[in-house]
Design a protein around this ligand. Structure first.
Ligand code: ZN
Length: 342
């Protein structure tokens, strides 16, 4: 095992940069990349692929409705929301809910396991995805302590997330009942593509966005993984941009974009988020700070950029079992406990 060097980055007020969060923003591309190891072989659809699902096709047949040739799923959904289509909108929502709820993971480590375990309690993962892969991976690592794992934010709702409106808490929907009061959980609202999204309409989604605004204003590294900021969600991009531009660490911070599409297009999409040349674009998550410096991404970046003292990379290997994953992480977690790191 390679020796760990934990950089101590002191700034003038005595705080350390180690406590600035690393924020990861996930879009459909991330879950598609993670699906390789799912248990029941389901396909992870992108938004436009939803209309091609057999379940959706059957529903459209039942209602004798067709998606027009040049119509995206978002346009189609807006059409049936705005016009008189009986129960089709409700049934379509249920159909999509059921499809994503059925997705399971197997017992092999997947990309979301690596992502979750490579971040610390100070860090955040905000996802636009409805599928339960992130929650299912998170649940299996809760035993190492939730204070050692990143916090999860669901920006469009999620099928794995249940809500107890009495206790005002989120619970794992798999259990169907609130772990505090044992009452039945409500489903998380899923935000559907109906043009202008109203992030204040649901108290839980609103709260997630408020936390995100705060994190954006103090994040040290932001990693945007598989999220292409679609034009149908212009509000989301505006919130990201407005709050990040207010960050007191803006001039020190770094943005990583993980996306294997055309580099020029990626730069065009995100150029207004980038401060000067403080950005990187990678094809794969394995090239990111997160997996090259697991649990030390902000620390190693600060050491390299602020102290001119680059830290040796310590990449997260591919493991096929969790015993090896935890053996790899043990020295890092012990070091955090000894140093009282967040
Ligand atoms: Zn409750």
């Amino acid at each position: 095992m390679q020796k760990q060097h934990l950089p101590r980055i002191k700034i003038s007020n005595g705080k350390t940069f180690n406590n600035s969060p690393h924020l990861v923003i996930l879009g459909a591309g991330a879950s598609i990349a993670c699906m390789k190891n799912t248990a029941n072989g389901k396909k992870m659809p992108s938004m436009n692929e939803l209309s091609g699902l057999v379940e959706v096709q059957n529903l459209l047949k039942k209602h004798s409705v067709k998606i027009k040739e040049d119509e995206s799923f978002e346009d189609f959904f807006s059409r049936i929301h705005n016009e008189e289509y009986g129960d089709l909108e409700k049934e379509l929502e249920q159909c999509i809910w059921d499809y994503f709820s059925d997705i399971e993971i197997n017992d092999k480590p997947n990309l979301y396991d690596k992502l979750i375990l490579s971040l610390r309690g100070k860090d955040y993962i905000a996802t636009f995805n409805w599928d339960p892969l992130l929650i299912l991976s998170y649940i299996r690592h809760k035993k190492i302590g939730e204070n050692k794992l990143p916090k999860l934010l669901f920006l469009h709702g999620n099928v794995g997330e249940g809500i107890c409106y009495d206790c005002k808490i989120l619970c794992n929907f798999h259990n169907k009942i609130c772990h505090r009061c044992h009452k039945e959980l409500s489903k998380s609202k899923l935000l559907y593509p109906i043009g202008k999204k109203d992030y204040n309409s649901d108290p839980v989604i609103k709260n997630n966005w408020n936390i995100l605004r705060d994190v954006l204003s103090r994040a040290y590294i932001i990693t945007i993984f598989g999220y292409s900021a679609p034009v149908s969600d212009v509000e989301a991009k505006e919130i990201l941009l407005d709050n990040y531009k207010k960050s007191k660490y803006l001039e020190l911070s770094e943005i990583e974009v993980i996306n294997n599409s055309d580099r020029k297009k990626i730069e065009e999409t995100w150029s207004d988020m980038f401060f000067s040349h403080h950005y990187c674009i990678f094809d794969k998550l394995s090239d990111s700070f997160i997996l090259k410096h697991p649990r030390r991404s902000c620390d190693s970046h600060a050491s390299a950029c602020l102290q001119c003292d680059p830290v040796e990379e310590h990449p997260f290997p591919d493991f096929d079992n969790f015993d090896d994953v935890y053996s790899f992480l043990d020295p890092l977690i012990s070091e955090e406990e000894n140093e009282e790191l967040k």
